[in-house]
Ligand binder design. Sequence first.
Ligand code: MF3
Ligand code: CO
Length: 281
Amino acid sequence: MFGRDRVELKTPEQVLLMRRAGLVVADALAAARAAAVPGATTADLDAVAARVIADAGAQPSFLGYHDYPATICVSVNDEVVHGIPSARVLRPGDVVSIDCGAIVEGWHGDSALTVVLPEADPADVQLSAVTERAMWDGIAALASGAGLADRLGVVGEAVEQAVEAAAADGGPQLGIVQDYVGHGIGSAMHQPPDVLNYRTRERGIRLKPGMCLAIEPMITRGDPATDVLDDDWTVVTGDGSRAAHWEHSVALHEGGIWVLTAVDGGAAELAARGVAVAPLA
Ligand code: MF3
Ligand code: CO
């Protein structure tokens, strides 16, 4: 069922199927993250994630999406998103963003994380930490008291504030990628609405129970402008600066918000922000 602004509104039963997909994604990402060590190839990570998804009896959402050739995206260093797994060998200090989606009974989960390999540049660790914090701040902003925030624009507001706060702390000036955004998710991986990671003059659509949203800030250590490589997929920073990407799929329902792709439903990170997570089961 679709609401007036063409956003698919899920029933609680459908959200529970998305939770199953979300937990498969969480498992696949944990396995891929554990496999991300110097000497491994990005294709090794893809194989590990593919195995977890298959063993769970789920399907990968990325494979075949607009002819995308793999189960996950692995984006290294100046690659922002949509890096294609390959024979590329990971090296000490690499910034590795891993993005994964899975389908259970037609319902999707989508999540991403960034890991900085040992011998890390502290500035890269900081980049990933700020990006993760900005994601959680954006997710927490969807909740208000015992219910939902009013408008979608709270996400971009919170993400931008988190990045500004990091800089104000004497941290580095980071860039928020604007060329790619978060999205609605449900019976397809990418649905309306777009979820911007920056402030705008508009407050955005009204948040409603049944909406499911993928919140996914992409942050750079330099200018946030991007290019696409000749493979027509890999998104890189225009200035060669390193980038991080964190993402979770979140359900909005009558009782509040539930982070479908986090094993704890988001309980720990949301509690730290004064938000009680509201699982459906
Ligand atoms: N998961 C990405 C996103 O967060 C999309 C991946 S594109 C694909 O929206 F082609 F790799 F599937
Ligand atoms: Co996504």
